[in-house]
Design a protein. Structure first.
Length: 164
């Protein structure tokens, strides 16, 4: 699914990484912000994304306050970088940040190796975590994973349920 095939709006990318995703979203017309708690990661991403550098912000995901309502959170190796015991907090925070109908969209890593990162999930575990707040809208095997994730990722879209 390409970025241009989706409604454009405001997207948050937790864990800025190299900035590749931020640049792709911005070039596709999204109002994208990438955050990271690591000052060195933020500086590296800002240097990598050139004209989009102001869209990379140093922030703690669990305390981040978006400038405007979000339409989507893009997941790419943020959840699997966290120890599994933190996953309920991550999913709850996604739910706090997103209004009804907004999406958590991206790549989810599935593996049963106990050591990480990356920490993989199993489908039942992820479904149980997400189902309190989200409905699964799309689930497809990923065909373009980097080697560490090859054959173990799925492209998924989860829509925010109505808040209780």
């Amino acid at each position: 699914m390409g970025l241009t095939q989706v409604y454009r709006g405001s997207v948050l990318i937790p864990g800025c990484g190299s900035g590749y995703e931020l640049q792709a979203f911005c070039e596709a017309g999204w109002n994208a912000t990438a955050i990271d708690f690591s000052p060195s990661a933020v500086v590296a991403a800002q240097q990598a994304v050139g004209p989009w550098r102001e869209h990379v912000v140093e922030a703690d995901f669990f305390a981040y306050d978006p400038q405007q309502p979000l339409d989507m959170i893009y997941e790419r190796a943020f959840l699997c970088a966290m120890p599994r015991d933190m996953w309920p907090r991550v999913v709850q925070r996604w739910a706090q940040l997103l209004p009804e109908g907004a999406l958590v969209l991206g790549y989810f890593f599935f593996d049963d190796t106990p050591k990480g990162p990356p920490f993989g999930a199993d489908k039942e575990q992820l479904a149980q975590l997400m189902s309190a707040y989200f409905n699964l809208e799309q689930d497809e095997p990923a065909s373009d994973s980097i080697p560490v994730f090859q054959g173990k990722e799925r492209w998924m879209a989860w829509s925010r349920k109505k808040a209780l």
